[in-house]
Design a protein around this ligand. Structure first.
Ligand code: FES
Length: 576
């Protein structure tokens, strides 16, 4: 065996001259692979979440071909493999329930196979997170290639955004200001190309997060899925991962505390989704970086939101790319000392070097720091007797007049209870009420669905009311907006104080003071707690049962407790 054959992990499979070597190489030859590709070159796993049931990732087989070209060109052996895919729009009860399951699929697929470096192909929200979580637990050289956003939606001469305009159209339909015909017409105008949601929803946010973390090439987030430059980025990622294997540039060398702090700052600047909070906490937990909710508040507080994209602003991802994409944002943040510019990235250079002098071609889309969309963007972390372990709110998506508000609660104890009660014309509710939804957290739903931005009562919509304070232990789609308090911890199903709220209780929200208070005396709360019984969904074994038993709270990333940490790539036994 040559020196070169011993060099990489895959040599333990392909570098042997015995029966095992025959089996490992021999069966692979049925794919037309010649002898020389087993010469000890880096084997690159291309982890693909392609699926026709995940429309946002349905084009990833094509992207994989571009990656392979780059891998071959750089002297690697590309081998594509599938993992379970999760589409936000079809999966029930919620894709989030399966994020941790897919991360296990990814981790075990990488570890069990002769892989030296990994390219992660993802797009729809949870596909990005689960792939990075699984890869982090293995800690090989890894690079992310996102599928890219869809082209802008176009309806009757105007841009429309994924998700964001669905919520708006649906409320207009309920309020009677949009006809069913117009609603159906809009449906055909929204998702008109391959790619993921083109608003700054969770998919675009997470594509930005992996770029800001340094684990994807510059411009990974913004290049539209159908722009030829997406293929170029995939090709260059294929070339680069081979070099990264030679350099032993593992994920843990890039995913440092500084990298996460950069990502939190970028999230504030782009007006990113609240889901990024949970997802970055989970990724940090896997790679072994201490990160907490308080880091989000501390670092996000002074970051102005400068990217004017829906749902917080006006434009869409296509515009963001043409304006300069994330490098222009990083250049702006760095100029104010808000970045760790020396943080290493997959290019082998620092993030500051990658983005030095990056141009901003459109200061309406990527605004200058002195003319931000929101002065204090980021994510506000609220605490108080209603959320002892924290809750989050996205100031850029909230209504300024509700940022300090006190009102009586209208309580729904499940999502079904909400759906049935919200339509009641006799429901005692007005624009000062606070809508409270219980039992929609990680254990309670299960899976912590994106139902926190509850639609308003039809009778208030008809009066032109556009926003109310809403509080829950659920999540919210990154494409949604409103004065919505999310991720209340501990969740109701785990016995959090949220479970004790009753109709008519007064709740105080003060975003600037970071306060969320239930105005009920301790004695009364203690009395209610004695009478409280956990409301858990029926469990019939299988993955869902394991999930409910082991899922941690949102403040800890909602990972399964036994998956936290880095387990490396060592296999326990040879196969034959
Ligand atoms: Fe897949 Fe939005 S539904 S990215």
């Amino acid at each position: 065996m040559s020196e070169q054959k011993r060099k990489f992990r895959s040599a333990a499979w392909f570098g042997k001259d015995d029966k095992d070597g025959f089996i490992h190489r021999g069966w692979m030859r049925n794919q037309g692979l010649p002898n020389h590709v087993f010469d000890g070159r880096p084997v690159i796993g291309i982890c693909n979440t392609w699926s026709e049931l995940t429309p946002c990732n349905a084009h990833l087989r094509g992207i994989a071909e571009h990656v392979k070209r780059g891998v071959w060109e750089a002297g690697g052996l590309p081998l594509e493999f599938p993992v379970m895919s999760m589409g936000e729009t079809l999966l029930r009860p919620t894709a989030m329930l399966f994020r941790n399951l897919v991360s296990m699929d990814v981790e075990e697929s990488i570890r069990a196979n002769p892989i030296d470096g990994v390219v992660l192909l993802c797009g729809c929200d949870k596909t990005t997170v689960s792939l990075v979580m699984g890869a982090a637990s293995c800690d090989l050289p890894t690079i992310v290639v996102s599928g890219g956003p869809m082209l802008n939606g176009k309806y009757r001469g105007k841009d429309i955004g994924s998700g964001t305009d669905v919520w708006r159209f649906s409320e207009e339909l309920k309020a009677g200001t949009m006809t069913q015909f117009e609603f159906n017409e809009a449906e055909a105008c929204m998702s008109r190309s391959a790619g993921s949601c083109m608003t700054m929803g969770t998919a675009s946010t997470m594509a930005n997060m992996v770029e800001a973390l340094g684990i994807a090439l510059p411009q990974n987030a913004a290049i539209p899925a159908v722009d030829a430059r997406r293929g170029v980025l995939a090709h260059m990622s294929g070339r680069r991962i081979v070099e990264m294997v030679h350099e032993d540039l593992k994920l843990s060398k890039i995913l440092t505390k500084e990298a996460f702090e950069n990502a939190i700052r970028v999230n504030g600047a782009i007006g990113g989704s609240t889901n990024a909070v949970i997802h970055l906490l989970a990724i940090a937990g896997r790679i072994g970086v201490p990160l907490s909710l308080d880091d989000w508040d501390r670092l996000g507080h002074d970051v102005p939101t400068i990217v004017d994209l829906m749902p917080s602003g006006r434009f869409l991802m296509e515009d963001y790319y043409y304006a300069g994409g994330q490098p222009a944002v990083i250049e702006a943040l760095d100029s104010r000392g808000l970045m760790h510019a020396t943080a290493l990235t997959v290019t082998g250079n620092s993030i500051g070097d990658n983005c030095k002098n990056a141009p901003n071609w459109n200061q309406e889309v990527i605004r200058p720091l002195d003319r931000p969309l929101v002065e204090h963007g980021g994510v506000a972390v609220l605490r108080g007797n209603l959320a002892p372990d924290g809750a989050v709110l996205k100031p850029s998506a909230a209504s300024p007049h509700l940022m300090r508000h006190s009102g009586p609660a209208v309580v729904f104890n499940t999502i079904e209870h909400y759906k049935q009660r919200i339509l009641d014309p006799d429901l005692e509710v007005d624009e000062n009420s606070v809508l409270v939804l219980q039992n929609c957290g990680p254990k309670g739903y299960p899976g912590m669905a994106e139902v926190g931005n509850m639609g308003l009562p039809p009778k208030l919509l008809a009066r032109g009311i556009k926003d109310m304070v809403r509080i829950s232990d659920a999540r919210m789609s990154g494409t949604a907006y409103g004065t919505v308090v999310l991720h209340v911890c501990p969740e109701a199903a785990a016995g959090g104080p949220l479970a004790l709220v009753r109709d008519g209780d007064f709740i105080e929200l003060d975003v600037e003071a970071r306060r969320l208070h239930l105005d009920v005396g301790d004695d009364e709360l203690a009395r209610r707690r004695t009478a409280w019984e956990p409301q858990l969904p029926p469990l019939n074994g299988g993955y869902q049962q394991m999930y409910v038993q082991h899922v941690m709270q949102a403040s800890q990333g909602a990972d399964l407790d036994f998956l936290v940490g880095r387990r490396g790539t060592e296999v326990t036994r040879d196969s034959h």
